[in-house]
Each structure stands twice: as C-alpha cells, then as structure tokens.
Design a protein around this ligand. Structure first.
Ligand code: PGA
Length: 254
C-alpha cells in the first residue's frame, strides 16, 4: 500500500499578498524535515498563487493548490479563474466541493462533476471535499449523504482519471467550530468512503486513495486522528494560518 500522506492548508479568504508571503516563509523555516511519503500542500487565495509558486519552487515535498476554479477553460465568465490559468502559475491541486462553496455559492454535484473534469483535463489533481451537516449526523444519515456526494461528483470518472483524486472528509459541524470529529467517527467514515471507492474501482485503487480529515484539526488532536488507519492526513483551515500550528500538525503524521 503506497498511498501518500498529505497535510494541506486551506487559507480560505485570508492573508493579503505581504502576510501570505511571510506565512509561506515562516512555514518553510519551521518545516525543515518531512515524514516519509508525505506531501505538504498550501492553498492560498488566487492572488497569492504566483508568488507562493516562486517561494516553493525548489522545495521538495511542497505543492500548491487553488481553492476553486471555473468549469470552463476560458471565455466570457467575468470574475472567474480557469484550471488552465491555475496550471500556468504552478498549481498542481484544486480543492473542489468545499462545504463553504456548496453552502454559499450553491455548488452541487452536477457542477462539481464538471469542475472535476475541467481540472483533470489540465492534468491537475483534485482535492474533493465531502461531509454531512449536523442535522444529517444527528439523524445518522452521514454515510448515505457522503456516498451521494462521491457518486455524484466523481463516479463518472474512469479508473485512470480517478487516480488523480484525493478525498477530504470534512463534517460541516466540525469546520471552524472547534469541535472536531472523534478519532472513532473519522475512522468509521474514512473506512466507509474507502469501501465505496472499492465497490466502484476495486480494492487496489481504494487502498491507494488518500483520504484526508478536515474540521477543527489542530496540533493537539492531529496525532489521534492521523493514527487512524484510514486517515491519511488533514485538510487544515484555521490552524494553517499559524506556521507553528501547521508544523505541529505536520509532525503528527504517522
Ligand atoms: P478548520 O477548516 O480547520 O478551520 O475547521 C477546515 C476546512 O474548512 O478545510
């Protein structure tokens, strides 16, 4: 089993150009050694990508992600950014389907399937976010909810393209709330997601798919979460804006 561990920092709509430059500098100063088979991904706002790409250029183990992209490659879509543009500035991953995009921008599975195609067409990889809101968790409907998100957004892909997908399980009730999923809840869901992938693409591809946990992940809870056999790292929001906390989470990789 050779799947990669990943710790990805999703800065969301934070950091101006100068603050962001300093944060990347501080992260690189703090993180001098990476655990084996581990990739660190930084997902700053669009305005930071080109500068961050130059800062990360000769650093092994670090990659750059965008937080979203448009489903078309170019055209009259005022205010939007395409996967081709992202590819041209040195991005290698695009986060799609974050719950904030789903909630505030009405992104649904049909749109996310198109965005996934657009990203893969540029030979970029996708970090595809899934996760249930609190009322679904309270009604014990989380597995069905997450299965539908994965089927609708990704299962049109053939196996060759699916290999470029990383899944991030982010229960909505844990994002930015300080209330992380327990290790047991995370492990149960990650194992379930892997089984859903295995049903469709076979055990081998499922075993090689990186599945990240996200939602109030911090240095204090990361060791327990990352120790779960099906948790292959984290998608980190708030704690990724502090170089010391981000390093603490990276250190928790098994
Ligand atoms: P959080 O966000 O770590 O601040 O909870 C995670 C995310 O939204 O990716």
């Amino acid at each position: 089993m050779s799947r990669k561990n990943i710790v990805a920092g999703n800065w969301k709509m934070n950091q101006n150009l100068f603050e962001g430059k300093q944060l990347v500098t501080d992260i690189l100063k703090n993180v001098t050694h990476l655990p084996d088979n581990t990739e660190i991904i930084i997902a700053p706002p669009f305005t930071q990508l080109e500068l961050a790409a130059t800062q990360l250029k000769d650093v092994t183990g670090f990659s750059l992600a965008a937080q979203n992209c448009h489903q078309e490659q170019s055209g009259a879509y005022t205010g939007e950014i395409s996967a081709a543009m992202l590819q041209s500035v040195g991005v290698t991953y695009v986060i799609l389907g974050h719950s904030e995009r789903r909630q505030y921008f009405g992104e649904d599975e049909a749109l996310l399937a198109k965005k996934t195609d657009a990203v893969l067409a540029q030979e970029l990889k996708v970090i595809f976010c899934v996760g249930e809101p609190l009322e679904i968790r309270d009604a014990d409907g989380q597995n069905e909810h997450v299965r539908k998100q994965i089927e609708g957004g990704l299962f049109h892909l053939d196996a060759g393209r699916f290999k470029n997908i990383v899944i991030a399980y982010e229960p909505v009730w844990a994002i930015g709330t300080g209330r992380n999923a327990t290790a047991g809840q995370a492990q149960d869901m990650h194992a379930y997601i892997r089984s859903v992938i295995a049903e469709k693409y076979g055990q081998d591809i499922a075993d090689n798919t990186t599945i990240l946990y996200g939602g109030s992940c911090k240095p204090s809870n990361a060791p327990e979460l990352f120790a779960c056999p099906d948790v292959d790292g984290g998608l980190i929001g708030g704690a990724s804006l502090n170089a010391g906390d981000f390093k603490g989470i990276i250190d928790a990789i098994k």
